[in-house]
Design a protein around this ligand. Structure first.
Ligand code: ADP
Length: 246
């Protein structure tokens, strides 16, 4: 698998504390990857660095054909070149319908009001319906987003991110607060998304990760502690000591 993202020797300190410590690993094109590790391991900081929110003290993050270094690029530019990020709490326009939320994302409008004033193009309409089908919300298109369940809001936000066609989607704890059925549907959505783009998921729920059926990277103290199939890393004594056995 050719590489899409190559993190190489990155370190970052906050007030002298090394949150990321010489971290190196890569993600392939259209690869699904889970990142696990104890609280404070550096998982969120890793995503902050890739999306340009935090600048590392050293190291590089190479992208695409690995000729571009993302370090130093601002967040807006990094989003434009194809990196989407989903935070834990869903952020959708609660007063607008599911359809309008998806349309806003498809058209990449800064103002949600714009969809009220311009007739959508047919191709944008088709794209909204296609996205709604991918996230399983075709029956909910006319509902106000604020009325959706927690799980449905999460799917809607994933749909809004997919509307931008990112090459890499970073997802932070998607299963948190979901029912078992919602978690299963979420893995299906992410697996579908990963057919055409890389998807990196931070998650603590081992059953969820098992269903993702992907390579797992275990972070600890800002570095990679172990990497491989879930069954492989969960048998690693270091991983049991710092994460699973507690
Ligand atoms: P994780 O997501 O794996 O729980 P984080 O990346 O959030 O870990 O945090 C790694 C370490 O860096 C933690 O000890 C955290 O307290 C620290 N940290 C993260 N961001 C900041 C910040 N902006 N200022 C100070 N310390 C931070």
């Amino acid at each position: 698998m050719s590489q899409l993202l190559e993190v190489s020797g990155i370190s970052v300190s906050f007030d002298g504390f090394k949150a990321i410590n010489n971290l190196s690993f890569s993600i392939g094109h259209a690869e699904m990857r889970a990142i696990i590790g104890p609280n404070g391991a550096g998982k969120t900081t890793f995503m902050d660095i890739v999306t340009g929110k935090t600048k590392p003290d050293e190291g590089s993050v190479l992208w695409g054909d690995l000729s571009r270094n993302l370090i130093g690029m601002n967040e807006a530019k990094i989003a434009r070149i194809g990196i989407g990020r989903k935070f834990q709490r869903p952020t959708v326009f609660e007063d607008q319908s599911v359809f309008d939320n998806l349309m806003i994302a498809v058209r990449n409008d800064r103002s949600p009001l714009a969809v009220l004033f311009f007739r959508p193009k047919t191709k944008d309409n088709d794209k909204v319906h296609e996205l709604a089908s991918t996230i399983g919300l075709s029956q909910e298109l006319m509902r106000k987003s604020g009325e959706l369940s927690h799980g449905q809001k999460q799917w809607l936000e994933i749909g809004m991110l997919l509307a931008q066609d990112p090459k890499l989607l970073l997802v932070d704890e998607p299963a948190a607060g979901m029912t078992l059925g919602e978690r299963e549907h979420t893995t299906d959505i992410l697996k579908e998304a990963a057919k055409t783009r890389a998807v990196v998921v931070i998650e603590h729920d081992m059953e969820f990760i098992r269903r993702l059926d992907c390579k797992v990277t275990v972070l600890h103290e800002g570095s990679v502690l172990a990497e491989g199939a879930l069954d492989h890393v969960t048998k690693n004594q270091d991983v049991i000591d710092v994460y699973l056995g507690r």
